[in-house]
Design a protein around this ligand. Structure first.
Ligand code: AGP
Length: 614
């Protein structure tokens, strides 16, 4: 949520801020702005040029091109509104009463109302409705010539979440960053430095990145970056080398990032498995290297996530329970935190988050840790908050995912959970060598099978064309098909704004079936599974209510050939592998419906890629 970028170096800041904001736009895109400390002409005071737009980054870029600020220190922001509408005055950067301090922010200042009242009583004048604006004013109130000390003093008063990039007109060689409960990295280039809300923003410039910890402040000068706590205690920051490359963060000829990322599915599936699986089904995770005996002691599994990642968790729940024979429970992380869960030290808590920064999921992770659970983050972002805070990490290695809708990372999540399921099944002695070998074979064949579905894009686009005239959709499935039904529905609604819901085949006649008629199609997941025949009966019930049915069926199964309105035939594979293939089909279907309707697929309204506020 909200992308932030800061630059200090030998080059002109504005073009770098412009490029970085373009790459950050997936984090939020309702307004944008930059502040650049201009080079003073001889004798004149240093001025800061502020440019804002109450629309997407392209509008800001047009404004900047027409009037390019010149300067080597600057900050930029692309916004996902929390407090205050997406208007010009609410767009960042924000400043103090004397335009000496400039701030961009991602997060929510929870005690902003109280701080604002206090600052207003002391004579500070506010111009926006944002929570962010208290930050420059609070720094101003504490500023007695030492900017860094003023920043620390201000931040000690703030509750909530922040990732900040800031500068003062008094010091053209100081860029400051700080974070609490929101991600922030410092990029180290050649004679130049960056502060960014995520790595994607700075991939073209550097692969050397410092990851700030909670409550840490980075002071960046031409001499380097120094990190300290809010109390001024020096900290040795963690340096990581990023292995993502620029081409992964560009569209590469595709109309949308989402389509490009679906086309990377086969590779994502292969990468999630690479180096982790032997021929006899032994699974090892480098960053989650728990001895068998320790893992065996964890006799229940809790899986936490939000949105698409919650659906991955639900698939994981079915698979772990089935393969390992131990209790597994998937939970919406935002609900988990407000319950009084009964699990404790015996649990393995698996947090599923592609970004590693989802606020609700992180709180769930912290609570699970406090209760003594062994925790592991399944995430795409190395050194993300989830990866750092959990006891171990299972990295997806999918490369950056820019489209707001999660696609390839969901597949990588599913593969990772299958591997974890296999590992748990093995340590709990619940799976024979023969069955392990079968699963290995099935998993290894997956990249090719996935590619075979992606290669049928044209066929799926034709089906999407036919169905795109409907305004309501029901998705239904049983077993692994149920989370996939929920996922099919979320994918369709988030990018096409068509109403869609998911239900189990069993639940259908307990209410949802009342909605169905000839204008309310159903997408039924009827591929091979233990409950396939039950799904076939459900499709008969649906057809009897005149609802059009698009059924996903396994090749060779003719039971719905003359019943469903349309069938999409999937390869005959093992059930867990089939869930992945069904997912790809549903992603392409949703994508093409949205394209048919002319929607902004990569940046759907009201959404942001990474939800770093609760
Ligand atoms: C799905 O397409 C969405 N992007 C959203 O539901 C997402 O899965 C959710 O916000 C969780 O994100 P995370 O995986 O980064 O934690």
């Amino acid at each position: 949520m909200c992308g932030i970028i800061g630059y200090l170096g030998d080059r002109q800041a504005t073009p770098i801020l412009m490029e970085s904001l373009k790459r950050l736009e997936y984090r939020g895109y309702d307004s944008a702005g930059v502040a650049v400390l201009e080079m003073p002409t001889s004798g004149s005071a240093r001025l800061t040029s502020v440019t804002k737009s109450e629309a997407k980054v392209d509008t800001l870029i047009d404004k900047l091109k027409a009037n390019m600020p010149s300067g080597k220190l600057g900050i930029g922001h692309t916004r996902w509104a929390t407090h205050g509408k997406p208007t010009y005055i609410n767009a960042h950067p924000h400043t103090d009463c004397h335009s000496r301090i400039f701030v961009v922010h991602n997060g929510i200042i929870e005690n902003f109302a109280e701080l604002k009242a206090e600052l207003e009583a002391a004579g500070h004048e506010f111009t926006s409705d944002t929570d962010t604006e208290v930050v420059p004013h609070l720094i101003e109130a504490n500023y007695k010539g030492d900017f860094l000390s003023a920043v620390r003093a201000a931040l000690r008063r703030i509750r909530g979440a922040y990732a900040l990039a800031m500068f003062t007109t008094d010091d053209p060689e100081l860029l400051v960053g700080a974070r609490l409960n929101a991600p922030l990295v410092v990029g180290l280039g050649e004679n130049e430095y960056y502060i960014a809300s995520d790595i994607t923003a700075i991939i073209p410039y550097t692969k050397r990145v410092l990851v700030l910890g909670e409550g840490e402040v980075a002071a960046v000068t031409p001499l380097g970056a120094e990190v300290s706590t809010l109390d001024g205690v020096s900290v040795e920051p963690k340096l990581i080398h990023v292995d993502w490359d620029l081409s992964q963060a560009q569209k590469g000829g595709y109309q949308h990032f989402m389509l490009k990322e679906i086309h990377e599915s086969s590779e994502a599936v292969a990468n999630a498995m690479r180096g982790r699986l032997t021929d006899d089904g032994t699974v090892s995770f480098r960053e989650f290297d728990v001895p068998d005996d320790d893992l065996r002691r964890h006799s229940e599994v809790l899986l936490l996530g939000m949105g698409t990642s919650l659906h991955a968790a639900m698939v994981g729940e079915y698979v772990i329970e089935d393969w390992a024979g131990i209790p597994a429970k998937a939970m919406d992380a935002s609900e988990f935190r407000y319950r009084r869960p009964t699990f404790g030290k015996d649990a393995l808590a698996v947090v599923i988050t592609q970004s590693g920064e989802t606020a609700d999921t992180l709180v769930g992770l912290h609570q699970a840790k406090e209760r003594g659970a062994l925790t592991v983050a399944v995430t795409n972002v190395v050194a993300s908050s989830a990866a750092r805070d959990a006891d171990g990490a299972i990295y997806l290695h999918s490369g950056p995912e820019i489209g707001v809708a999660s696609t390839k990372t969901l597949l990588a999540h599913l593969v990772s959970l299958y591997l974890l399921g296999l590992r748990l099944a093995t340590v709990h002695g619940r799976v024979s060598l023969e069955r392990r070998r079968e699963l290995v074979e099935s998993l290894r064949a997956l990249p090719d099978h996935v590619q075979s579905i992606v290669d049928r894009e044209k066929e799926i686009a034709e089906i999407a064309h036919k169905y795109s005239r409907y305004r309501n959709f029901m998705y239904t499935g049983r077993g692994l098909g149920y989370p996939l039904a929920l996922e099919g529905a979320i994918k369709l609604k988030e990018i096409s704004y068509i109403h869609a819901e998911g239900t189990t085949g069993g639940e259908l006649k307990h209410g949802p079936i009342a909605m169905l008629d000839e204008n309310f199609p159903v997408i039924a997941i009827c591929t091979a599974s233990a409950t396939k025949d039950k799904m076939v009966s459900n499709v008969h019930e649906i057809v009897a209510r005149n609802a059009p049915v698009l059924a996903l069926v396994t090749e060779g199964d003719r039971s719905l050939a003359k019943v469903a309105t349309d069938v999409f035939v999937m390869p005959a594979v093992e059930e867990a592998a089939g869930a992945i293939l069904n997912t790809v089909m549903l992603q392409l279907f949703a994508y093409h419906v949205a394209v048919e309707l002319g929607q902004d697929v990569d940046q759907p309204r009201n959404l942001a890629k990474s939800v770093t506020v609760e």
